[in-house]
Design a protein around this ligand. Structure first.
Ligand code: ASP
Length: 305
């Protein structure tokens, strides 16, 4: 029997060395993941919509400085914060923002874009202004940046490359996917992007079909080297494999992460929930901050394999 509701979330994938992670850092991350799971599960338990659940879960992770979204976002090569977020529902409605600098919670801006029902993707100053006009809270640049992010940027500049923020570090992009009691699916993703990215660089997260996707078959949120996820339309590819090739969720999601993304020169992971409430959380990296909550079962969260 399929569960009445399911929620899965991630806090980013990357090289997260088990031995370099202190017990207290591990506990802090697991605690944050459980808090986000509970925020989303509370919505679904009460019969609320998948849309509300994924937004509630992502909000907790955006507000937590341990993860690369909202407060604690990574820095561009110019030392600025440019955040991306997307929200998509199984009825085809969607909203996304890219290059946001002032809005405190980019996922709320994505939801406002979705609800306005006009453009699907707003960029830069236009996205910030739209969010402000919608009454969303803003924050000064110092709110988003943490000392850890400044140190990461300096290290990435020395290495002369863009870096997945959680490589050798403790953090990552965030996302949530859910199926509610009514069978609706939703996917949400929010990120500061990659450390040392050129200003104006747009990753996979706010691009529907690449880093975020939902239809009546499956809801997907990705994390990893965004350029590779963009080139293989990774999130949509999970749905395409299920619909056109008849693959079960775990096979479709696993092949995208273990074959297609690496073939495009990238790596990372994804979370997905299908119409029956099955969840898949494959990753091709050392770890992925992740968790699942579902009706009638204890929620769980994990970092390594
Ligand atoms: N996929 C994100 C990006 O490329 C980064 C991440 O998942 O950490 O912007």
């Amino acid at each position: 029997m399929s569960p009445a509701w399911t929620l899965a979330l991630h806090g980013g994938a990357g090289t997260i060395p088990r031995e370099a992670m202190t017990d207290s850092a591990r506990a802090a991350h697991l605690e944050a993941l459980h808090a986000a799971l509970e925020a989303g599960a509370a919505v679904l338990r009460g019969g609320g919509a998948a849309e509300e659940a994924v937004v509630a879960a992502v909000l907790v992770l955006e507000d937590c400085p341990l993860f690369n979204a909202g407060h604690g976002s990574t820095l561009t090569a110019a030392g600025t914060v440019e955040m991306d977020a997307a929200l998509m529902l199984s009825d085809g409605r969607a909203g996304a923002v890219t290059g946001v600098r002032r809005l405190r919670n980019p996922i709320l801006a994505a939801r406002a874009v979705l609800r306005a029902g006009g453009p699907v993707l707003l960029a830069g100053e236009g996205a910030d202004s739209f969010g402000e006009a919608e009454g969303l809270a803003t924050a000064p640049p110092g709110y988003f940046e943490t000392p850890h992010r400044r140190a990461q940027l300096l290290a990435a500049r020395r290495a002369g490359a863009m870096a997945l923020d959680h490589d050798g570090a403790r953090m990552g992009t965030v996302g949530a996917v859910a199926r509610d009691r009514a069978g609706r699916l939703a996917a949400a993703t929010s990120t500061g992007g990659m450390t040392n990215k050129p200003p104006g660089r747009v990753g996979d997260s706010p691009i529907l079909g690449a880093g975020t996707w939902a239809d009546s078959t499956v809801a997907v949120s990705c994390t990893g080297t965004g350029e590779a996820f963009l080139r293989v339309a990774a999130a949509h590819e999970v749905s395409a494999r299920m619909r056109h090739a008849g693959q079960p969720l775990d096979v479709a999601a696993g092949q995208v992460i273990r074959r297609e993304v690496p073939a495009a020169g990238g790596r990372g992971g994804l979370i997905a929930v299908d119409a029956r409430g099955n969840a898949a959380l494959p990753f091709g990296t050392e770890g992925m901050y992740r968790g699942v909550a579902r009706a009638g079962a204890a929620p769980w969260a994990a970092i390594h394999a």
